[in-house]
Design a protein around this ligand. Structure first.
Ligand code: TRP
Ligand code: SF4
Length: 326
């Protein structure tokens, strides 16, 4: 039997190229062979954005559009919204009864984020309990594999620990899901730092062609290449990373040589990469537009997803309640 896969994303902003090439490309491959559940973790987004919820619905909608445009197929995958399936909250509550607070306090992701994000008050219960909700998200569906990035490994370990604690306190209900590590190709932002929405240096899936071309025009290059006549080193240039990902070998090799001899200028080089990127993204942009113009279709997708997810979630909750004798 095909493995069950479950993964989620927070609707905490617009998706960018880094997310596409990492998570989404992976999901797309997985869905052809496995029983996949993909959900928008809108409650999780509240854990750090509780004070300003004004764009939560918009981000949720845009995220779903990005998934569908990238080729996540609602006929083969179950696509749903976390808050549409209240069992996530119920299991989270029950887990909160059995998880020792020190397990949460020593979570490295928690410590890092808390230090990193200083502009918000994150001394909340929900922020500390983020992994408890994530454990509920995961264990409700008893998946074999959970595709995540490296930063999520502590959360997955906690998920298994909570499951084990539940199983030993009551009766075995939960399996131990394994991570499926998402390999991210190196994608730098237009300022040459890691592409990240907090750096405001992203190319978004919802950007239009002129925006993508404009962003590439302003993208930093090999810093040593100041004048057109200066020779460059493509390995030090974030634009070349895009050539590596998107350009045919012949173009990439040509650019590699021509940059080193100053036979090509950065403006030309960027236009070439813009052209291949536009070609690659055009079908996605078209699908995006179709869905944007038809929100009802998305509602139908998540309604169907809610039904399928609820069926599984309810079965697990029945076992949980029996195990706990409640
Ligand atoms: N914490 C994940 C992230 O920030 C999102 C998430 C929430 C998730 N629940 C999940 C991922 C369950 C996998 C499984 O990326
Ligand atoms: Fe970068 Fe291309 Fe300019 Fe070389 S020619 S520095 S690879 S943008």
């Amino acid at each position: 039997m095909a493995s069950r896969i479950l993964s989620g994303m927070q609707p905490s902003g617009l998706m960018h190229l880094g997310n596409l090439l990492g998570a989404l490309e992976n999901w797309k491959t997985l869905q052809t062979e496995h029983d996949c559940f993909f959900f928008v973790a809108d409650w999780h987004a509240l854990s750090s954005n509780y004070a300003d919820t004004s764009r939560l619905k918009e981000f949720t909608q845009e995220l779903l559009i990005d998934w569908l445009a990238a080729g996540i197929d609602p006929n083969t995958s179950t696509i749903f919204i976390q808050s549409h399936v209240p069992e996530h909250a119920i299991l989270h509550l029950l887990f909160s009864m059995i998880i020792p607070i020190p397990w949460l306090e020593r979570n490295p992701t928690y410590k890092e984020k808390k230090e990193e994000i200083t502009e918000k008050d994150l001394s909340t219960y929900g922020f500390l309990g983020y992994p408890v909700l994530q454990a509920a998200d995961i264990l409700l569906y008893k998946p074999d594999l959970v595709p995540v990035g490296k930063d999520q490994l502590p959360h997955l370990e906690l998920t298994r620990e909570i499951g084990r604690r539940f199983n030993s306190l009551y009766t075995p209900v939960f399996p131990e899901p394994k991570e499926y590590l998402t390999r991210f190709p190196k994608v730098l932002g237009i300022d040459g730092r890691k592409m990240s929405k907090s750096y405001h240096n992203t190319i978004n899936l919802s950007d239009t062609e002129p925006t993508v071309r404009q962003k590439l025009k302003t993208m930093v290059t090999d810093p040593a290449r100041v004048r057109r006549t200066d020779k460059g080193n493509p390995e030090l240039c974030p634009v070349f990373d895009f050539h590596k990902i998107f350009s045919p070998d012949a173009t990439r090799n040509q650019v590699d040589t021509d940059c080193r001899t100053a036979a090509i200028g950065c403006i030309d080089c960027k236009r070439q990469v813009a052209d291949v990127m536009v070609e690659r993204f055009s079908p996605m942009w078209e699908t995006r537009e179709k869905f944007s113009a038809n929100p009802k279709q998305i509602q139908e997708v998540v309604e169907e997803g809610r039904k399928r997810a609820s069926t599984v979630a309810n079965e697990t909750m029945k076992e949980v309640k029996e195990a706990m004798k409640i």
